[in-house]
Design a protein around this ligand. Structure first.
Ligand SMILES: [Zn+2]
Ligand SMILES: [Zn+2]
Length: 204
């Protein structure tokens, strides 16, 4: 009886010594636990994923929520109501009570920086091309082209006839101005009409 137990223990010790190098090899050759931090993909939020490497190592991937527009880590991210992108407070645009990323907003109303400047100048009461050009520092021909474009977009409308025609913002134009002031004006828009030393010449 005693002999059998001793024999069993001996064989067990033998087995362990055979396994020991294999265990050591596994520990040395594999990454038992690795932690990586990666930015969350577009539309994806914070979370963790575990996966095994071919050598048996375990990898923990921590996804950090970042703005899909600027890449900054944000505590509070909104979702573009059109494409589902995550947008931070600086990158989100609000139009008709909905949140959009810049790209989706530009599909609704395309407004480049210069278009915005002209729209704003018209809103501020600069009637003539020369005045708009002076305020915006955009050349007169370009202002004329932009104004035509704003008219086509329905952001401004013509009031009066011929030389006495003036341009005013439509309701849509005011909404667009407000939405875009966030990215083009850092939201700090002064709506005061500028007093100009020039006498406005409506035919320019
Ligand atoms: Zn952002
Ligand atoms: Zn979008």
């Amino acid at each position: 009886m005693e002999e059998r137990i001793i024999d069993l223990l001996r064989r067990l010790a033998q087995k362990i010594s055979e396994l020991k190098p294999k265990i050591d090899e596994m520990i040395e050759g594999s990454i038992i636990f690795e932690e990586t931090k990666v930015p969350a993909r577009q539309g994806e939020f914070e979370g963790k994923t575990y996966s095994y490497l071919p050598n048996g190592g375990l990898v923990k991937e921590i996804r950090i929520s970042v703005c899909d527009e600027c890449g900054r880590k944000g505590e509070e991210l909104d979702i573009c109501s059109k494409c589902g992108k995550k947008v931070c407070i600086n990158c989100s645009l609000i139009f008709r009570n909905k949140i959009y990323c810049k790209e989706c907003m530009s599909q609704i109303i395309p407004l480049e920086k210069e278009d915005y400047e002209v729209l704003k100048a018209i809103y501020e009461g600069n009637e003539s091309l020369i005045k708009i050009s002076r305020v915006t520092k955009i050349n007169k021909e370009k202002v004329r082209e932009i104004r035509r474009n704003l008219l086509e977009l329905g952001l401004i409308e013509k009031k009066g006839v011929l030389f006495f025609a003036t341009y005013e913002l439509t309701e849509l134009g005011e909404e667009a101005l407000e939405t875009y002031s966030k990215i083009y004006d850092r939201g700090s828009v002064s709506w005061n009409k500028e007093l100009s030393p020039y006498f406005p010449l409506p035919w320019f």
